[in-house]
Design a protein around this ligand. Sequence first.
Ligand SMILES: NC(=O)c1ccc[n+]([C@@H]2O[C@H](COP(=O)([O-])OP(=O)(O)OC[C@H]3O[C@@H](n4cnc5c(N)ncnc54)[C@H](O)[C@@H]3O)[C@@H](O)[C@H]2O)c1
Length: 251
Amino acid sequence: MNLNLQGQSVAVIGCARGIGRAIAEGFAAEGCNVRGFDREKTADFITTGDVTNLEAVKSFAADMGTVDHVVFCVGIGSGKFGFPFWNLEPSDWSRVLEVNLIGAVNVAHAFAPKLIESGAGSMLFLVSVAGQMGSQTDPPYSASKAALINFTQCAAKDLGPHNVRVNALAPGMVKTELNQSIWAAGQKKLPEEQRVSFDDWAAEKIKKVSHLGRWQMPEEYAAMATFLASDHAKNITGQTINIDGGQVMHA
Ligand SMILES: NC(=O)c1ccc[n+]([C@@H]2O[C@H](COP(=O)([O-])OP(=O)(O)OC[C@H]3O[C@@H](n4cnc5c(N)ncnc54)[C@H](O)[C@@H]3O)[C@@H](O)[C@H]2O)c1
């Protein structure tokens, strides 16, 4: 399928590694001009900054000139294990909400005028299955993703008349550093003799949550992100699309 994205300008926020990096590479492979923003500089195309800093995000957007597509891939957890929720302090919530939700809102504010000016385009937010089913693993993380799914719909309604589409893409279990930090937080709570390796923990969890029984890979999100940016998806907006091995099903 020809996606016809050659020459389009794409901003990928949160692309130093993991899913965001695969998405940036996916757009580059389609012939797009890709610029990245992340707190870590692991490649030349990345401008360093924190998404919670609105001025830094705005200055990155201003520096880009015309923009056709924006993808927000940043996401952090609290670093604590959430069963029960009082394992966390209320103060553990602030940074997670600030990065995962307000960071996305900052990006939407900085880029919406540019997308409107382009006369067509798209915005995509990486969310999670956790935002759709009250996942207990990390309640502030789940709540931040639920809120971002809702904001996706608000933004889709506002930007639809400008021919700008806004969608959310929800991973399930992807082999990235994010999952390693969830495993590490869980192990800290266990007595020494009950601790397991990351690979054993992951194999057990994948058996429990995925109906296909296998990990998702970052490249699968790149394939969906580029498709959603293309004209083949011109009537898709306000949607949350799960690539999760069937973890969430709305029967
Ligand atoms: N890995 C999974 O299994 C999984 C599952 C569900 C949802 N997700 C979501 O998918 C997205 C990508 O996840 P990933 O696994 O690639 O994560 P990751 O931790 O590998 O990558 C996240 C990126 O965001 C950057 N980042 C973090 N905080 C930042 C900040 N304040 N400002 C700027 N950059 C910042 C990091 O440097 C990193 O490059 C996230 O939104 C995550 O919540 C991932």
